[in-house]
Design a protein around this ligand. Structure first.
Ligand code: FES
Ligand code: FES
Length: 152
């Protein structure tokens, strides 16, 4: 076992992990972060996405020890009036909502890199995320709205 510090949404958490502990389990089971969801468990759905220093990571595949001290963002760390969060709400982009934290964080990453993405760039960036309720049209609308709200 190694003791590492996971810095989640600005708060440090000391957790004991072994070399095989994935970041998803450290967040959910050791810290109680439930907005990071387990979907496929094999890197194919995006439900478990977190941002590590602003870059998206599939936490179901990531070794927790690699993220010792790295600033992590999970969807519950975003403010209710965050423009991406409010855009997803205002666009009715969720049915069951299971996939939405992953889409929200991918959108945060996209708009930080590219504040005015084209529809094709939005689709490309989100292609690794799956919504089993198939609210894709509303999700794309939410990303467009978020881009409008955050445009410089
Ligand atoms: S649970 Fe990690 S990509 Fe699906
Ligand atoms: S809203 Fe249900 S899986 Fe996306």
């Amino acid at each position: 076992m190694n003791e590492i510090t996971l810095r989640v949404n600005g708060t440090p958490h000391k957790v004991a992990v072994d070399d095989t502990t994935v970041l998803l389990d450290a967040l959910r089971q050791r810290i109680g972060i439930t907005s990071t969801r387990e979907g496929c468990g094999v890197g194919a759905c995006g439900a478990c996405t977190v941002l590590a220093d602003g870059t998206s990571v599939s936490s179901c595949l990531a070794s927790a020890v690699r993220y010792d001290g790295v600033p992590l963002t999970t969807a519950d760390g975003l403010a209710e009036d965050d423009p991406v969060v409010s855009s997803f709400v205002d666009s009715d982009a969720m049915q069951c909502g299971y996939c939405i934290p992953g889409f929200v964080l991918m959108t945060k990453e996209l708009l930080a890199e590219n504040p005015t993405p084209s529809d094709e760039e939005i689709a490309d960036h989100l292609e690794g995320n799956i919504c089993r309720c198939a609210t894709y049209p509303e999700i794309i609308k939410a990303v467009r709205l978020a881009a409008d709200r955050t445009a410089p």
